[in-house]
Design a protein around this ligand. Structure first.
Ligand code: G6P
Length: 371
């Protein structure tokens, strides 16, 4: 009923709007006495200190949350982080031992490939930490440590609030490792945590763009394909934006690393093709920003219809943006938490305009428990 959907036509929009709460609830209780704490912790501080390599294994959007987290975890801990699709990891012969930490990210905690990846890792003596949204699910039950996301039940098959909560939880894992290894001073860990704590407010502000983005979605409903470009943490955001559009609107959509533009994707650009560009902050690394600006100008010159997600007040992108969606200024590593939101809304609204069931896309299941 409309009441269950919080007055919305579909659950997904309600769940998109619940993202500030999902983030706040996921962070709550994890910074106690100046230290990051996990939920179930069957690993000692020494175990965490001994970690010399991290794998993140997951499927779907959860995999994208791992791709985002790689940037933060490597930066904060100086540990190598590999992010891998659970279905690939389990059939390879990954190099694992007791000093390897495998982070298994799963909303449901029941995804077959992720569960088998966990079993494979444990059989090789690796330590396993689960990031999960479902209390007592199989993956957390079989793991050495657990960090629960508190996004609440997610009804929409395409993940939204669970995805944002997974990014936050993965970041807590990174901070816990940095704290154990001493690669960050306690005051730096505290500062990063407090920056995370400010994110629900920033996401709330992005929700102010929902109607603008829905209108854009209606305009784009007849497109044949949409491309998504990003760099650095904006790259996995581009992948997630494309996945949402495929899942919901049954439209050809692809995410690219902006630096790969000249290695293929630019050949796809034709008159009127919508290209979504996820801009980094102009106040972050100048080189990242200026490279993206030149990428947009190139695709616009070739006739693409540019849809630019940029930090508010970023005047340099204006001349190249056919549609500009502004997000609040946050530090570079936290940008995915704000820049993903308009992409979720865009995909949902394009799907709705095309007459599809946003909450139950064809052929997809909320949780893939068969292989
Ligand atoms: C399915 C869902 C996705 C989800 C993926 C992984 O494909 O439709 O939204 O990201 O499974 O699910 P998990 O429960 O392991 O996070």
């Amino acid at each position: 009923s409309a009441a269950e959907k919080g007055g919305h036509e579909y659950f997904m929009l309600k769940e998109i709007e619940e993202q500030p709460d999902a983030l706040a609830n996921t962070l709550r209780g994890h910074f106690v006495g100046g230290r990051i704490v996990l939920d179930e912790q069957r690993l000692s501080d020494q175990d965490l200190r001994d970690v010399d390599k991290v794998f993140v294994v997951a499927c779907g959007s959860a995999y994208h949350s791992g791709l985002v987290a790689k940037y933060a975890i490597e930066h904060w801990t100086r540990l190598p982080v590999e992010v891998e699709l659970a279905s690939e990891f389990r059939y390879r012969d990954p190099v694992l031992d007791r000093d390897t930490l495998v982070v298994a990210v799963s909303q449901s905690g029941e995804t077959a490939d992720t569960l088998e990846a966990v079993r494979h890792a444990r059989a090789q003596k690796a330590r396993v930490l689960a990031v999960c949204n479902t209390n007592g699910a199989q993956i957390p039950r079989e793991s050495d440590a657990v960090l629960y996301t508190h996004a609440g039940p997610e009804i929409g098959v395409a993940s939204t609030k669970a995805f944002l909560a997974q990014i936050a939880a993965n970041y807590l894992v990174g901070l816990a490792l940095a704290q154990a290894r001493g690669t960050k001073y306690p005051d730096e860990v505290a500062r990063e945590f407090h920056e995370l704590e400010a994110m629900p407010k920033a996401v709330q502000q992005v929700l102010g763009t929902v109607e603008q983005v829905r209108a854009l979605g209606r305009e784009l409903a007849d497109s044949k394909a949409v491309l998504f470009l990003g760099r650095h943490v904006g790259y996995p955001v581009a992948l997630e934006g494309a996945l949402k559009l495929k899942e919901l609107a049954y439209m050809h959509a692809e995410g690219f690393a902006a630096g790969e533009l000249k290695h293929g994707p630019i050949a796809l650009i034709e008159e009127g093709l919508p290209v979504v560009v996820v801009m980094p902050s102009p106040k972050g690394r100048a080189v990242l920003h200026s490279k993206l600006v030149s990428n947009i100008s190139e695709i616009q010159a070739r006739g693409a219809r540019t849809i630019v997600i940029a930090e508010e007040g970023d005047e340099t992108v204006r001349p190249f943006a056919d549609h500009l969606i502004e997000v609040p200024a946050v530090s570079t590593l936290l940008q995915p938490l704000v820049s993903t939101v308009p992409l979720q809304v865009l995909a949902a609204e394009i799907a709705r305009s095309r007459g599809y069931d946003v909450d139950k896309p064809r052929n997809l299941a909320k949780s893939v428990t068969v292989e």
